[in-house]
Design a protein around this ligand. Structure first.
Ligand code: FE2
Length: 346
């Protein structure tokens, strides 16, 4: 329920919203006729050219536009095109109101997206009725869109809660993996941003990278936390954290590719990685990005079996792996952003 009444609602004194209609017509007499018909029910803005109409829309978005077709300078179709150019105006219903009664023109106007096509001479009751129905339909569509947006937000928030729970499970199993996962997520997001991912894609990649090692939940502690060198058999078991993680995350469908990050982050660009030996573009892009971030963090971190390496040396080593271990496109982006990889405290 909305709390604030708009200016128009207050003006009406009934709490009901008064819709605003913009009428665009080069003939002043036509505009006056339209204003007289509409003024009892609607707030009316009148524009005598397409250009003036566009300026009005910039200042105040109307609830519906009545647009003449034949006008000098900018005709109705061109005005229509320019209104729709602005994504914010794509949902304003536009009705053509014209003396042109050819079927071809009417068809063309409906096909480019007009809500309706009304021919002159103007019949007041027909005009009011068709405007009323068009506005009702637009409001219904807005209402449905609001419901869809709300449900999408709810679903995403549920998925994020599930992800937080899984991330906590990794943390409980292995402190070291937790700090590592957060840093890999941050590095991955920085690389993706440099590669032109939008904010939504970056946020999804962050969650994907956060869970890239979730399969370690399925690895016995005796192997995962072993101090000494792993035997070949133990190494084979460690490698299964990729497929275990991929299988766990395949249940989350609201974030695309989330299981690819876990399953494919140890694949190598030249096809010699695991678990599937995928190569080049066959490796999902999210996994190619996480692979770089993962190795950068592993090499710059202290582990019980190795000291940390100097970030400059790590950067050189990773860049040398371009085209063999790593995707050259990802390495180019990594090169641009690596200086900003200040290690957050674990
Ligand atoms: Fe891993």
């Amino acid at each position: 329920m909305r709390k604030n009444m708009s200016e128009e609602e207050m003006k009406s004194g009934t709490g009901m919203k008064i819709n605003t209609i913009l009428a665009v017509d080069d003939n002043e007499m036509n505009l006056q006729i339209i204003a007289n018909i509409l003024k009892k029910k609607y707030a009316v803005m009148l524009a005598q050219s397409g250009g003036t109409g566009l300026k009005f829309i910039e200042k105040k978005k109307p609830d519906l536009i009545l647009l003449d077709l034949m006008m000098p300078e900018m005709d109705g179709k061109e005005t229509f095109r320019r209104i729709r150019q602005n994504p914010e105006n794509r949902d304003i219903p536009i009705i053509f109101l014209t003396a042109d009664d050819s079927v071809l023109t009417e068809t063309e106007c409906l096909e480019i997206g007009a809500s309706d096509y009304i021919t002159k001479p103007i019949m007041p009751r027909i005009l009011l009725s068709r405007i009323g129905k068009t506005i009702e339909l637009a409001e219904y569509q807005h209402h449905l869109q609001d419901i869809i947006n709300e449900k999408t937000r709810e679903t995403e928030s549920l998925a994020l809660q599930a992800i937080a729970a899984i991330a906590n499970a990794i943390n409980a199993k292995d402190e070291e993996t937790n700090g590592h996962s957060k840093r890999v997520a941050e590095y991955s997001r920085a690389i993706a941003r440099e590669m032109g991912f939008d904010e939504n894609e970056c946020a999804h990649l962050y969650e994907t990278a956060l869970l890239h090692d979730v399969g370690k939940i399925g690895i016995p502690d005796a192997i995962l936390k072993k101090d000494g060198r792993l035997t070949p058999e133990e190494y084979e078991i460690i490698k299964t954290h990729t497929t275990i993680g991929g299988d766990i995350l395949s249940a989350i469908t609201t974030i695309e590719h989330i299981s690819d990050g876990a399953r494919c982050h140890h694949e190598r660009y030249d096809g010699t990685g695991y678990p599937c030996g995928l190569s080049g573009e066959n490796i999902p892009l999210v996994a190619r990005i996480i692979a770089v971030a993962d190795v950068y963090d592993a090499l710059t971190s202290h582990r019980c079996y190795k000291p940390e390496m100097n970030p400059k040396d790590v950067r050189k080593e990773i860049e040398e792996g371009s085209g063999t271990q790593f995707d050259p496109k990802v390495i180019r982006a990594f090169h641009e952003v690596v200086s900003g990889f200040l290690k957050p405290s674990p």
